[in-house]
Design a binder for this molecule. Structure first.
Ligand code: B4P
Length: 191
């Protein structure tokens, strides 16, 4: 199995591209953002607790997402590998993911990092708010907080992965189609 991380700040196109890439390469797409929003929509106790954290643009506790991902890894069969979208978001989550994969005879094979200008991130998220109604996309102050949280807590993963030789930067500006082609070309080398 070949396992990819798709990585980048909020609005960089992780979710958008993951859906298409997972289909093209027969990968299982695991998005912690989607899993958490499903809990909120279903009105579970966990969803109620996480809703406030997410609406402020903060990260939910590591143990919550680590447990969700471990469950999905053990209950997903018959694919060429996993495409992790929005996970890991902290170095602690990265170490937990490596351990989870290692004990199952797998590893993180590549980290694809989408590079997008700050103003473009804000523009895309504000545009999405119109359609999705997501509370974390509506408020410009929350968007800025999400970008700050990314820089402080998530970006350090890049150095961690660079040292392991799996960091692959990808230009994330341009049309969805152009970016898809860039990502797919990088992934083809490994699949
Ligand atoms: P996520 O669901 O991961 O949300 P995101 O980073 O905002 O989305 P993404 O980056 O995938 O969106 P995309 O660019 O595809 O997380 C939401 C929240 O959940 C977090 O803030 C946190 O609270 C919590 N959470 C999730 N995972 C967690 C974890 N592991 N640990 C702790 N907390 C966690 O799309 C944005 C918009 O841009 C779309 O409308 C799209 O159509 C558009 N777009 C994309 N590419 C474009 C392009 N090239 N041109 C124009 N528009 C484009």
């Amino acid at each position: 199995m070949v396992n990819f991380l798709i990585f980048g700040p909020p609005g960089s196109g992780k979710g958008t591209q993951s859906v298409r890439l997972a289909e093209k390469f027969n990968l299982i797409h695991l998005s912690t953002g989607d899993m958490l929003r499903a809990e909120i929509t279903a009105g579970t106790e966990l969803g109620k607790k996480m809703s406030l954290i997410m609406s402020k643009g903060e990260l939910v506790p590591d143990e919550v997402v680590i447990e969700m991902i471990a469950y999905k890894i053990d209950n997903s069969k018959g694919s060429a590998g996993f495409l992790f979208d929005g996970f890991p978001r902290t170095v602690a989550q990265t170490i937990a993911l490596e351990k989870m994969l290692n004990v199952r005879g797998m590893k993180i094979d590549s980290m694809l990092v989408l590079d997008v200008d700050h103003d473009e991130l804000v523009k895309r998220l504000i545009a999405r708010a119109e359609l999705s109604g997501r509370p974390d996309d509506k408020d410009p102050a929350v968007i800025e907080n999400r970008i700050d949280v990314y820089k402080e807590k998530t970006e350090p993963i890049i150095n961690y992965c660079r040292e392991k030789g799996i960091y692959q930067p990808v230009k994330g500006m341009g049309t969805i189609e152009d970016i898809f082609k860039r990502l797919a070309d990088q992934m083809k080398e490994l699949i």
